[in-house]
Ligand binder design. Structure first.
Ligand code: URA
Length: 204
């Protein structure tokens, strides 16, 4: 079978608003709204329970995620899994996504135009899933919701934010890679996940 030709650059011009995540992700897999489509192996749309009470939002896929098409499967993902276990939360019961869905080359930070091009995909996932709580992991995810938000000031406490027509409860946390870089932070980070488990009713 001949290889499928990529969509033209800038596709889709408008992010669709379908009824289901399956339809949304099918469209996302074709996305060429920013230049990252030229270097990615595949789009990483997000994974988990389409009826989750909790969405966790990271930054962008790394090398493993780009290869497998699944978010948080590399070193940061292993740490996140350990934290979810501490929270009494099963990875399959939540939904995990990123603010950018194609790997930035060499894992560089996403550029503003890439963040802008991708933002609507997360808005649509949140509309469809309608979670009770959104946990942001790191600065880029926090600033999707609170553009001038400082992670050092806001992390660890829940905030109500207006997000389009909805009011969302946001819990900003550090990105797991920050804990990998500074293992002294791990104990406090784990406590924040234990607290998250309590907020979700998964822990006493
Ligand atoms: N880091 C992220 O922010 N997201 C992933 O999916 C993997 C690593």
């Amino acid at each position: 079978m001949p290889a499928k030709s990529p969509a033209p650059p800038g596709f889709p011009a408008e992010i669709p608003s379908p009824a289901t995540l399956e339809e949304l992700h099918a469209a996302m897999l074709e996305c060429t709204r920013c230049d990252l489509y030229q270097s990615r192996t595949q789009v990483v749309p997000g994974a988990g329970n389409p009826e989750a009470d909790l969405i966790l939002v990271g930054e962008a896929p790394g090398a493993y995620e780009d290869k497998l098409g699944v978010p948080f499967v590399g070193a940061s993902g292993k740490l996140l899994d350990a934290m979810l276990t501490a929270a009494g939360i099963d990875r399959d019961e939540v939904f995990i996504a990123n603010v950018v869905r194609s790997r930035p080359p060499g894992n560089r930070a996403p550029k503003p135009r890439e963040l802008r091009a991708c933002a609507g995909w997360l808005a649509e996932q949140i509309r469809i899933i309608a979670p009770r709580l959104v946990v942001t992991l790191g600065r880029f995810a926090l600033q999707h919701f609170i553009p001038a938000g400082k992670i050092t000031q806001l992390q660890g406490t829940a905030h109500e934010v207006q997000y389009g027509p909805r009011t969302l409860t946001l819990l900003p946390l550090l990105h797991p890679s920050a804990i990998l870089r500074n293992p002294d932070l791990r104990g406090g980070y784990e406590q924040q996940f234990v607290e998250l488990g309590r907020m979700m009713g998964n822990r006493d």
